[in-house]
Design a protein around this ligand. Structure first.
Ligand SMILES: NC(=O)c1ccc[n+]([C@@H]2O[C@H](COP(=O)([O-])OP(=O)(O)OC[C@H]3O[C@@H](n4cnc5c(N)ncnc54)[C@H](OP(=O)(O)O)[C@@H]3O)[C@@H](O)[C@H]2O)c1
Length: 255
């Protein structure tokens, strides 16, 4: 349960090695969060981050196995995380794959696998999280969507469309939870410097995991439903989404 001033006390991360997620967890721990559960395909990959958050002041730190593609296991894994620690204030849905558009077009099976992680896996995990949040009567599911889903570009339309689906799912889920005490925060980062974007040419307004982390913790504190990182992207995208299609095609030529 959040503390008297609304501070997050506990967080479960699905995608526990994500650089954006770990920056967010570090910020939450600095602000007083004491329980951190990191779930990843290989929980051993979370051990260094787990030690670091313990060092930073978290008192209950755990790692668990979670694979977005193994949707049959999601109910058990997520229920176990909630029952093992009683109560969770925040679940951060951070897993995702960017992939390569040219490879997707050459081998559609690769596109299917990426969409299964980014969209199908997220729908499955998100619904299991929502069931638990509804039951406990509080808590926020934070979903890492993307600006790429706000208006899909021809140069990464498989990833972009998976994020568009995810964003719509997260908004609808948030609306369905109104009145239950539970909520959803949709996070729309632009280009973030992490291993996901390593070697790529930064897009305008590129940012860092720490800026996304700040947008998440501020959004949680204010009870917002959607945040952008960096914030000016909201204004930029509100213009770009209405650009006539030929102009959008031209403007979205970069990868
Ligand atoms: N970086 C950006 O520019 C950017 C912009 C907008 C939105 N986002 C979104 O933000 C989220 C985090 O991205 P990031 O930048 O922090 O990248 P990252 O460090 O590469 O994190 C991606 C995470 O997804 C996990 N993952 C991939 N496939 C998985 C699967 N089948 N099951 C479970 N976990 C899986 C990875 O785990 P492993 O360690 O097991 O691979 C890793 O924890 C993603 O959803 C991404 O789409 C990123």
């Amino acid at each position: 349960m959040r503390d008297a001033v609304g501070g997050v006390q506990s967080v479960l991360v699905l995608g526990g090695t994500s650089e954006i997620a770990l920056a967010t967890v570090r910020r939450m721990v600095d602000q007083g969060c004491r329980t951190v559960l990191l779930a990843a395909r290989n929980p051993d990959d979370c051990l260094a981050a787990a030690a670091a958050v313990r060092e930073a002041g978290a008192t209950t730190v755990d790692t668990l196995a979670f694979d977005a593609l193994d949707t049959a296991s999601h109910g058990t894994v997520i229920d176990e995380a909630f029952t093992r620690h009683g109560d969770l204030d925040v679940v951060l849905l951070a897993f995702g794959v960017l992939g390569d558009q040219a490879e997707f077009e050459a081998d559609p099976a690769k596109a299917v696998a990426a969409v299964q992680v980014n969209y199908v896996g997220a729908v499955s995990a998100g619904l299991h999280v929502a069931r638990n949040l509804r039951r406990q009567g509080h808590g926020t599911l934070v979903v890492l969507s993307s600006v790429a889903g706000e208006r899909v570009r021809k140069t990464n339309f498989v990833y972009g469309s998976s994020k568009a689906g995810l964003d719509g799912f997260a908004q609808g889920l948030g609306d369905s939870l109104v009145g239950t005490g539970a909520s959803v925060l949709v996070v729309r980062p632009g280009f973030v410097h992490t291993r996901m974007t390593e070697g790529m040419e930064p897009a305008p307004l590129s940012t860092t995991p720490e800026v996304v982390a700040e947008a998440v913790t501020d959004g949680l504190a204010k009870g917002q439903a959607v945040v952008w990182a960096p914030a000016p992207l909201r204004l930029v995208m509100s213009g770009l989404r209405h650009l006539p299609r030929p102009l959008w095609r031209k403007a979205s030529e970069r990868g």
